[in-house]
Design a protein around this ligand. Structure first.
Ligand SMILES: Cc1cc2nc3c(=O)[nH]c(=O)nc-3n(C[C@H](O)[C@H](O)[C@H](O)COP(=O)(O)OP(=O)(O)OC[C@H]3O[C@@H](n4cnc5c(N)ncnc54)[C@H](O)[C@@H]3O)c2cc1C
Length: 346
């Protein structure tokens, strides 16, 4: 029988440096996972029978409301491997604990296209499918081939194809029926080697490329432009704690949208499909008077009302209460219920 390779279980570990909001939560138990064998050993040892852990990646999409009474299992599985090459594309398998942006840099440096618009999104590769990360007109699902995850109950590994992940706008099966049941251990993406499908449809991206007189952008041009735009618009969590967009952009039916237009004719909107329209949550929050507003240690970012920031010393509960007030104001003014994009951890 193989020897069990059990990772160390640490007690009372501060998570302050492991969440981009900079919240002071502690984990009563903390385990860092560095290999799949450790996962198998934990299962064989009955670890998951006693409890379901909280799975942590880079902590860039979580709000720790209080101390965490569950064991926090930080996924640090590494590795970037090209598993298949054909004339036009490569299949790349990436360990769930790899840093997403560093992987995007790796792809651009190798001349592989498909993820350049997703540059500078914080967090890990393993968390990227959870909410089908997206930015500047591109979503992960467009390059996603498959993933491998570990089932905490059965102790076995399963493969999920693109279709099986049920990707939606900031959504997937892992935020619904599989939430808390699996740990993603690797993700395989299909990237282009040539004939890249460049996406410059996003307004600010198009404008910046024009300003720089770039008519035929390369994947590196797009990567550089996205990095520059993001640096100018979003607060760096190293300087100002935040978790990116706090709420999702609401999607309204055409009927509800027409009703909204009667009172707010200037509301910005984007078609989703024939039936639905997306409204920028940042605009709604700004109109409700929250842009740049600070209450105690928490505020709404001065350049982007969709980002809630920790000005220093905020607790998770304080951030949560601030978010509730923002949500309530938008509900009262527009009759629209904002849904958090950030995962609230009780
Ligand atoms: C400044 C800033 C900008 C951002 N911009 C964007 C953006 O443009 N687009 C976008 O989509 N997002 C954006 N985000 C949100 C965030 O970066 C992404 O959601 C990212 O994928 C989260 O990765 P993470 O490793 O930090 O996940 P975490 O915050 O650690 O976890 C998020 C959720 O995924 C679960 N999870 C994490 N890893 C695993 C795993 N291996 N297996 C199973 N479950 C797991 C956790 O339990 C949790 O529920 C931004 C955040 C910040 C701070």
């Amino acid at each position: 029988m193989n020897k069990l390779i059990l990772p160390a279980v640490q007690k009372n570990v501060s998570l302050a440096s492991m969440n981009t909001m900079g919240l002071p939560a502690k984990a009563s138990e903390f385990v860092e996972l560095q290999s799949e064998d450790e996962l198998i050993s934990l299962h064989k040892n009955g670890f998951f029978e006693k409890q379901k852990p909280f799975v942590l990646g880079g902590g860039s999409n979580v709000l720790f409301k209080h101390e965490i009474s569950k064991t926090v299992l930080k996924v640090s599985l590494k590795g970037i491997d090209i598993v298949k090459v054909d004339e036009n594309s490569v299949l790349v398998k990436i360990g769930a604990g790899e840093n997403w942006h560093r992987f995007v840099e790796w792809a651009v440096n190798h001349g592989y296209g498909g993820v350049e618009n997703l540059a500078l999104i914080p967090g890990t590769v393993g968390a990227a499918p959870i909410q089908n990360i997206g930015a500047y007109g591109v979503e992960l699902k467009e390059v996603f081939e498959k993933l491998i995850c570990f089932d905490l109950k059965t102790g076995s590994f399963h493969q999920f194809t693109n279709q099986e992940c049920k990707f939606g706008y900031r959504d997937s099966i892992f935020k619904k029926e599989l939430e808390g049941h699996v740990i993603i251990t690797s993700v395989t993406l299909r990237l282009t080697k040539k004939n890249h499908l460049l996406n410059t449809s996003y307004r600010s991206l198009k404008d910046l490329l024009k300003e720089k007189n770039i008519e035929k952008p390369t994947i590196r041009d797009i990567f550089n432009a996205v990095v520059a735009i993001r640096r100018s618009k979003l607060p760096d969590p190293k300087n100002l704690g935040n978790a990116g967009s706090f709420f999702k952009n609401p999607v309204l039916s055409k009927k509800s949208f027409e009703r909204l237009l009667k009172n707010f004719s200037e509301v910005p909107h984007y078609p989703v499909d024939e039936e639905n329209v997306k409204i920028p949550a940042g605009w709604l929050i700004e109109q409700a008077g929250w842009k740049g507003k600070r209450v105690g240690n928490v505020g709404t970012y001065e350049n982007q009302a969709l980002v809630i920031v920790n000005h220093g010393g905020a607790t998770g509960d304080e951030v949560y209460r601030h978010a509730l007030k923002v949500q309530q104001s938008v509900q009262e003014k527009f009759g629209i219920q904002l849904v958090p994009e950030v995962n609230i951890v009780e």
